[in-house]
Design a protein around this ligand. Structure first.
Ligand code: C5P
Length: 218
């Protein structure tokens, strides 16, 4: 069993930024599990499936083979042998992932892959159900959150810096809708594990959050 750090929390809490930095400091591999759900989402989108069509999603799971590879230390997602990493971060893939991740068959499909990765090596794994479901025996568990306003503002600034047109109120509404879906689904809902440490990053800088998590590892 590797040394495992689980970081869960809602959309836009900064999990991937923080997890990558913690992984670098601890010499662990960073596993972004949201990318796996997004990978399956790309498969469903390619088949023209509507996010609300649960039957078709379950059926399409059968011919999807999602794997992770590390190329120059960077996580790459392969879908049926093809590298689809560049297609994961679209709004469309995010929305499909947010809805289809509530389907139990989708979660089961990705569970073993996540557990195998953590068993083989030292990992910092981020997601929604890592501490509660995927790695209940993780060495360190963090529930990383921030207020809706903070998360929406960060996302807004990020998009603006990229030159993408966006409306703050729409971003905030989208974040709230995603939180609701993740927290209220029946299978592996987003919640703080009993033995997880709550870190609210609303008024913390990135280095402060990283340092707080590194301290928990000692
Ligand atoms: O974190 P990210 O936005 O990439 O995740 C995409 C979607 O995948 C989330 O909206 C969430 O519904 C789902 N997800 C999940 N469990 C995880 C990671 C992501 O349900 N461990």
């Amino acid at each position: 069993m590797g040394y495992n750090i689980a970081i869960d929390g809602p959309a836009g809490a900064g999990k991937s930024t923080i997890a990558k930095l913690v992984a670098k400091k601890k010499g662990c591999i960073y596993v972004d599990t949201g990318a796996l759900y997004r990978g399956l989402a790309v498969h469903f989108l390619d088949r023209g499936i509507d996010p609300s069509d649960k039957e078709k999603i379950i059926e399409a799971c059968e011919d999807a083979d999602v794997t992770i590879r590390y190329e120059a230390g960077v996580q790459q997602i392969y879908l049926n042998g093809e590298n689809i990493t560049s297609r994961l971060r679209t709004e469309e893939a995010g929305n499909m992932a947010s809805v289809s991740s509530a389907v139990p068959e989708v979660r089961t499909k990705l569970l073993e892959l996540q557990r195998n990765l953590a068993a083989e090596q030292d990992v910092v794994m981020d997601g929604r159900d890592i501490g509660t479901c995927v790695l209940p025996d993780a060495d360190v568990k963090v529930y990383l959150t921030a207020s809706v306003e903070t998360r929406a503002r960060r996302r807004y600034e990020e998009l603006k810096a990229k030159g993408v047109g966006c409306v703050y109120s729409e971003i905030a509404a989208d974040i709230e809708a995603r939180d609701r879906r993740d927290m209220t689904r029946e299978t592996a809902p987003l919640k703080q594990a009993e033995d997880a440490v709550l870190v609210d990053s609303s008024d913390m800088t990135i280095p402060e959050v990283v340092e707080a998590i590194i301290r928990l590892c000692r």
